[in-house]
Design a protein around this ligand. Structure first.
Ligand code: PMP
Length: 349
């Protein structure tokens, strides 16, 4: 395997960047009782002090949770969407570079590419929504900086075998980002195990799905220390607010979501089995996530019918590669029962 230096793929202005230094960056510790360095209000309100810009306590907890080094972690205060945007800002020169993604996949990679004036090249998934390893590599040229692989993939629901993902990582002269937002629901292990051996790999995860904290907006990116340091340089200085840091720390220490994940996975199987025998359903695509992509006879009609009965799902009928499909998130058993009985009773107009 050839030796890859991920810094070779970084935008020159980012490599040269002198980051903003906050008052709390310059504070190196000591027994301080009078804080007059950051132009804060001196009146204690519980919120009057700036938070730790480096989220040190949180990183210690996340490192232990994920089995990685603290220096390999980026924590985003606007979910993984923040990390996605940072990838463009770190690696891609606007109007010059391009990125490659599977298709269909999570829409934010494309929107963020457009915002950053980066061409996104879409490569259709193979038969059975399989990873098109050769086509992804063939789509690259000298200005291709990033390949996006979402696994398990949204909206198709399936995960890709780690060995296939590794073929892309090892065959590409650029960064490969594996978005593992749904990894907790998958039978495949995380790609985090390959971080040390593959410096062009970035893994993204989130506390929004299995951990049940979508409202907190906590996203994670894991990378080599050199690349994680660039995320820290480019991010907004205080990108994770204080109450959020404290709340996440408290919840990580309190419990983990394994029981809920087990229930979602067994409900996913139950929902799939119930739906696939219904006349209106053509196919329930295999899922390794907390949702099902379901191909039906009359997607728009069924979608409106579910809404009229107080149930909202995601209509993916107009997404290329998902024609005829609704994406249904797995709920608690009573919610899934409701979907099952509504679909059973549905009669096309
Ligand atoms: N990646 C994927 C594949 C997703 O489906 C989503 C949310 N739907 C995200 C990332 C964003 O997660 P977050 O809430 O952490 O921004």
């Amino acid at each position: 395997m050839k030796k890859i230096n991920p810094l070779d793929f970084v935008r020159p202005n980012i490599l040269a960047l002198e980051p903003y230094s906050t008052a709390r960056d310059e504070f190196k510790g000591g027994d301080i009782s009078v804080w007059l360095d950051a132009n804060e209000s001196p009146y204690p309100s519980g919120l009057n002090r700036y938070p730790d810009p480096h989220q040190k306590k949180l990183k210690t907890a996340v490192a232990a949770l994920k089995g990685v080094g603290e220096e390999q972690i980026f924590i985003g205060g606007a979910g993984s969407d923040e990390a996605i945007d940072l990838v463009y800002r770190i690696f891609c020169r606007p109007g010059v570079d391009n990125v490659i993604s599977i298709s269909p996949t999570y829409g934010v990679y494309e929107v963020s590419a457009e915002i950053n004036d980066i061409e996104l090249r879409k490569v259709s998934l193979g038969e059975g929504y399989s990873l098109p390893v050769d086509a992804l590599l063939a789509a690259a040229d000298a200005n291709s900086k990033v390949i996006w692989i979402c696994s398990p993939n949204n909206p198709t629901g399936n995960a890709f075998a780690p060995l296939d993902i590794l073929k892309v990582v090892e065959g590409f002269n650029g960064m490969v980002v594996v978005d593992e937002a749904y990894v907790d629901f998958s039978p495949y292990p995380s790609m985090l195990a390959f971080l040390d051996s593959h410096p062009n790999l970035i893994v993204m995860q989130t506390f929004s799905k299995a951990w049940g904290m979508a409202s907190l907006r906590m996203g994670l990116a894991f990378a080599s220390p050199e690349i994680a340091e660039l995320f820290a340089r480019v991010k907004y200085p205080y990108n994770v607010n204080g109450p959020t840091q404290e709340e996440l720390l408290r919840r990580i220490e309190l419990s983990n979501p394994s029981e809920q994940v087990a229930e979602i996975v067994s409900e996913r199987v139950r929902l799939a089995e119930a739906l696939e025998v219904m006349p209106v359903v053509h196919k329930v695509h295999p899922s390794d996530s907390n949702f099902l992509l379901v191909e039906v006879d009359d997607p728009d009609g069924l979608y409106d019918y579910l809404i009229s009965h107080g149930v909202i799902v995601r209509n993916r009928n107009r997404v290329r590669g998902c024609e005829g499909c609704l994406r249904i998130t797995v709920g608690v058993p009573a919610e899934n029962d409701r979907v099952i009985s509504l679909v059973r009773d549905y009669r096309q107009a």
